[in-house]
Design a binder for this molecule. Structure first.
Ligand SMILES: C[S@@+](CC[C@H](N)C(=O)[O-])C[C@H]1O[C@@H](n2cnc3c(N)ncnc32)[C@H](O)[C@@H]1O
Length: 250
């Protein structure tokens, strides 16, 4: 039988007569020591910091994926209504920035069809790996998956018809500087769609951006105006998020 550090092997247990509990005997000195655990063979694999980090990231990615794909997300997300409002045209070129699990990516890919394209961009390798698997499983030939820098979507000038950022721009530190890069990426007649959470305490909404990353719609408008955008249209049907379409000011 395998010896697992942290619990004594069965031959080292005995019944405490009179009480129906198990008691340890013949414990080597320092058995419960952290030092002993760290030297133990069975822990060898976990002493590697890189491995630990990658395991921790995988655990994070799994939880994040489950949150994004939760079965009741539509109660607040209402993606059919969003898709209807955005009325993507066949042939449209879309950049889905902060694509995550592709919750919107594949709906948009279906809407723009084989003549269109969706660039699914993200900073997290685990999300990109997940997206890549979904692209292959769906044989979605019009979707490309790419890792980008946190402060730069690395898009070619004037090649995108719609920039889509759903629950993603709150991660960006300097949103105005970022939006200037998005402005340069837009083709003539292009638009930028931003959907993000209205501010709310975590006690009332235990998901979404933490308080330090929340901001009101008015602040968003000011930041986008400073980058050279104006509001084309906004919608109020989402219970938790603002939904704004911006276009270049001239
Ligand atoms: C809350 S998820 C939203 C995913 C997807 N848009 C959706 O609605 O399901 C935010 C995603 O943005 C990504 N992200 C965070 N900062 C980013 C940045 N600066 N550029 C691109 N993606 C980013 C995260 O890795 C994550 O996958």
């Amino acid at each position: 039988m395998r010896k697992w550090p942290g619990s004594p092997p069965p031959e080292e247990m005995e019944h405490d007569r009179g009480h129906h509990s198990l008691r340890r005997r013949r414990e080597p000195a320092g058995f419960w020591d952290r030092g002993r655990l760290l030297r133990d063979e069975a822990f060898a694999a976990f002493r590697n910091e890189d491995l630990f980090t990658s395991l921790a990231r995988r655990a994070w990615a799994r939880g994040y994926t489950e949150l994004l794909e939760r079965s009741n997300r539509e109660d607040v997300q209402k993606s059919p209504d969003i898709m209807k409002a955005l009325a993507f045209r066949p042939g449209e070129r879309v950049a889905d920035i902060g694509a995550g699990t592709g919750y919107f990516t594949f709906q948009v890919a279906d809407a723009v069809g084989s003549a269109g394209s969706v660039a699914a961009l993200d900073i997290a390798p685990e999300m990109l790996e997940y997206l890549d698997l979904r692209v292959k499983a769906r044989k979605a030939a019009n979707v490309t998956v790419r890792r980008v820098a946190p402060d730069d979507p690395q898009l070619a000038p004037a090649r995108v018809d719609t920039v889509l950022m759903i629950d993603a721009i709150h991660y960006v530190r300097d949103r105005t500087a970022y939006a200037r890069k998005l402005l340069a990426a837009l083709a003539p007649g292009g638009r930028m769609v931003i959907i993000d959470y209205r501010p709310k305490p975590m006690s009332e909404r235990p998901w979404g951006p933490p308080p330090g990353q929340q901001f009101p719609r008015e602040q968003m408008d000011r930041e986008m105006e400073a980058a050279g955008f104006r509001v084309l249209r906004s919608y109020d049907f989402l219970p938790e998020q603002f939904f704004v379409i911006y276009v270049p000011r001239q």
